[in-house]
Design a protein around this ligand. Structure first.
Ligand code: DHB
Ligand code: FE
Length: 284
């Protein structure tokens, strides 16, 4: 486990970079990329940069600001944050545009595989005094043809302070991270708390870009899930709450109308919601 002592962009950035490095597949992808493909993509990206420089008559002063900033992104370990906020949404769109089932969206930098198995009707691991509005979520997993699937849902989300376990200090290792395997009829019921809106770290290089451009750093409150079932394409998505002011201007451009929950508030102040998943088979 990666330990973090202080809440800072450098610490969460370093943890996100370390986590990415534990996964071997990206480095295999580097070795696998054919020369022609690399050449074509690299040329096009560079040429878009050159066009921008010419169109806006970019100065050496500005070029040096870019160089200094890019060096800082690496030094802060913020490449995973930068890419997942400003680039991943387009990759996700292309990767899933053939699907007929539930909508996906970006994974973001804070997924950790191997969260504790909780069962089909269960409470996610949380502290005894976990703050936040209790949320009970019932749903069902089916294939696009309606067949129930005994799939599993990996759920991870921020706490009531917008912090993710393993990326912010002083949180139990698997806090608000769990795996829920549905019953044979595809049903599940998960008890958790509502996460707070999340602000991407403002004290690192991504934060400096946001400040320099006069943008805001907010992602609306969201639940992250990965839904898997045998013979089906894994779904990576996020679910949002209808009353969040940042649903319309998410810094990570990852909100889709299909991903909005419709929670109902109960007399005890807790909320209930129903949200089902439909998975696409591996091959058509
Ligand atoms: C980032 C954080 C998230 O929680 C998320 O869902 C997407 C991106 C980020 O800080 O890059
Ligand atoms: Fe997130």
């Amino acid at each position: 486990m990666i330990t973090i002592d202080e809440p800072s962009a450098a610490a969460s950035g370093a943890a996100a970079t370390a986590r990415f490095r534990t996964d071997k597949s990206p480095f295999q992808a580097v070795r696998d990329s054919p020369k022609d493909r690399v050449s074509e993509l690299a040329r096009e990206v560079l040429s878009a940069v050159h066009d921008t420089i010419r169109r806006h008559r970019v100065t050496y002063h500005e070029y040096n600001a870019l160089k200094a900033w890019l060096i800082a992104v690496g030094a802060d370990g913020e490449w995973p944050l930068f890419l997942d906020v400003w680039v991943e949404h387009a990759v996700e769109e292309v990767a899933t545009d053939h699907r007929n089932g539930s909508k996906g969206t970006i994974e973001g930098p804070y997924y950790v595989p191997g969260s504790p198995e909780c069962g089909a009707f269960a409470t996610i691991p949380m502290r005894a005094d976990e703050r936040g509005v209790p949320l009970r979520w019932a749903g069902r997993i089916t294939s696009v043809d309606g067949t129930p699937l005994q799939g599993s849902i990996e759920l991870w989300h921020a706490d009531a302070d917008g912090r993710y376990s393993q990326f912010a200090p002083n949180l139990p290792e698997w806090n608000l991270r769990g795996t829920f395997t549905a019953d044979p009829d595809g049903t599940f019921e998960i008890t958790t708390i509502r996460p707070a809106p999340y602000q991407i770290p403002t004290d690192g290089s991504c934060g400096r870009l946001i400040a320099a451009a006069g943008w805001h750093a907010w992602r609306p409150a969201h639940l992250h899930v990965k839904v898997s079932a045998a013979g089906h394409q894994q779904l990576t998505t996020q679910l949002y709450f209808p009353d969040d002011p940042h649903n319309d201007d998410d810094i990570a451009s990852a909100v889709k109308p299909e991903l909005l929950l419709e929670p109902r508030t109960q007399s005890d102040g807790s909320q209930r919601v129903v949200y089902d998943f439909v998975l696409d088979p591996e091959k058509y």
